[in-house]
Design a protein. Structure first.
Length: 226
């Protein structure tokens, strides 16, 4: 099963991706998370990518594609994977097809999470994340038990540098201009399903479940809240 999660920043791809991983037993590949880890380690590749995302801009293809090629051919991806953050352009979608063809595979489905822009702003400005275990919170709708401390591992939560009004506006504008055409690309190939994501995680995941069955995931029960 090879599934792509699609949607603007704050649409819930990370949350739903984690739930899909639990249900289907395949890894989630998030280019954003990988680059942030590399940047935290001081990697030249990660630091180079950081210069782009902190301004709300897309990381160039030549940086991203090399990372994706190596990752999808890893042993843990032999039964499939979930992509979050790639492809972001039609050119990247076409490149992904070529990368998958190297091992005789193809994309099985694309989930597009649709959210109102006002709701996206609310989610992103209030988002807090744990860089240690990856847990996500929101200051009003999903706060941790102790302010700014992760419930799962006790590490301090962070407010991402690009989760500010100015960078968010740039990210959404760039999404509309460059990334949205990928929806048309996959729709024309009969792979796209649009999910109304103006809801809580449990409700959204119940909508996602219909698609998982079609792409070959035998789902296990998942607690969408915890």
């Amino acid at each position: 099963m090879i599934l792509i999660l699609f949607g603007p920043p704050g649409a819930g791809k990370g949350t739903q991706g984690a739930l899909i991983v639990k249900a289907c037993g395949v890894p989630k590949i998030s280019t954003g998370e990988i680059f942030r880890d590399l940047a935290a380690e001081g990697s030249p590749l990660g630091l180079k990518a950081k210069r782009y995302w902190t301004q709300g801009k897309l990381v160039p293809d030549e940086i991203v594609v090399g990372l994706i090629r190596e990752r999808i051919h890893s042993s843990d991806c032999k039964n499939g994977f979930v992509l979050d953050g790639f492809p972001r352009t039609v050119r990247q979608a076409e490149t992904l097809n070529l990368l998958l063809s190297e091992s005789g595979r193809h994309v099985d489905g694309v989930l597009s999470f649709a959210v109102d822009h006002e709701e996206l702003l609310r989610r992103l400005i209030g988002r807090r994340t744990c860089n240690n275990c990856g847990a996500a919170y929101h200051v009003t709708s999903l706060p941790p038990g102790q302010e700014n401390v992760c419930d799962h591992c006790g590490h301090a939560l962070e407010h991402r540098a690009d989760d500010n009004p100015e960078a968010i506006k740039v990210r959404l504008a760039e999404y509309d201009a460059k990334t949205a055409p990928v929806l048309t690309y996959y729709s024309e190939r009969g792979l796209l399903t649009t999910v109304d994501a103006n809801a809580d995680p449990s409700t959204i995941f119940s909508r996602v479940g219909e698609v998982l069955g079609r792409v070959g995931c035998v789902q296990e029960p998942v607690n969408a809240v915890g």
